[in-house]
Design a binder for this molecule. Structure first.
Ligand code: F6R
Length: 258
């Protein structure tokens, strides 16, 4: 496991963007596919802004990139301004030369009877693309990765093998999302579709970015407690996963580390 504490939140974003750019440039140079697992939320915004800038100013090209987003609210229309599909369109997809057919986001508008099936297809497509070259992650205040919320009744091995699926959002997650939904908790979807730990933890490189003092407590738990399904991000410490993981923090997020 590699731990980087950047001087500022902006430097943390630049550090993550450089890692992603390295993979994108390599794919472009060798004309091979690069598969990226992407996150939404506040944390990656400056990372995407830097990738867009590099595309504009340094001509880095996304033509060989294939993306799979981690999660989507459920139910939600892909065209909803608050959907993660819309977020990705606004922050990245519409601003770089990523082929539209290469950008995958779970569809929050599939009928309930097909929600899990849609997730299973997502897993199959990722597997068929050879797995993820890089998974970008943020951490929820409850330690979630993607929308894999704490599930203390499961063993670590069972949790680590979970497929992509429909999940019920944790109260903490919905409370944190309420601001985006006009401060109205009732307007926050109760469910989500999420890529499962099986695919996330198998990525050839995992970059976890956490910024700000609101993340300090959970970052300290995820990095210091034994892997536990009470803190899903602690599974990044598993011996078969840790060598592929880079944590990038700002000083506030790192402030409670021993
Ligand atoms: C988003 C996602 C979530 C967020 C996490 C942190 O696609 O998978 O796990 O990364 O909730 O969100 P922010 O960055 O808004 O603090």
């Amino acid at each position: 496991l590699t731990l980087i504490v950047a001087a500022t939140a902006h430097d943390a974003a630049l550090t993550a963007a450089r890692i992603i750019q390295g993979i994108v440039n390599e794919a472009d140079r060798r004309h091979v596919k690069a598969t990226l697992g992407l996150a939404t939320g506040k944390t990656p915004q400056a990372i995407y802004a830097e990738l867009v800038r590099a595309h504009r100013d340094e001509r880095i090209s996304f033509r060989h990139v294939v993306t799979y987003n981690l999660d989507e609210y459920y139910p939600i229309s892909p065209r909803d301004p608050l959907s993660y599909r819309t977020y990705m369109h606004r922050h990245l997809f519409a601003q770089v030369d990523l082929p539209p057919e290469s950008a995958h986001v779970l569809d929050g508008s599939v009928p309930p009877a097909f929600a899990d099936e849609a997730c299973q297809f997502f897993d199959r497509w990722i597997d068929a693309d050879g797995g993820l070259d890089l998974q970008l992650l943020g951490i929820g205040r409850n330690g979630h990765i993607g929308f894999n919320e704490p599930e203390p009744h499961r063993s670590v091995a069972e949790f680590a093998a979970l497929p992509s699926r429909k999940v019920t959002l944790d109260v903490v997650t919905r409370a944190d999302a309420a601001a985006d939904f006009g401060g109205n908790l009732d307007a926050v979807p109760k469910y989500a579709l999420t890529v499962g730990p099986r695919v996330i933890l198998a990525a050839r490189r995992i970059v976890m970015v956490a910024l700000g003092s609101s993340k300090a407590r959970i970052v300290a738990r995820a990095l210091t407690e034994d892997p536990t399904t009470e803190v899903p991000a602690s599974l990044l410490q598993l011996p078969e996963v840790a060598p592929r993981v880079t944590w990038i923090l700002d000083p506030d997020a790192a402030s409670l580390l021993p």
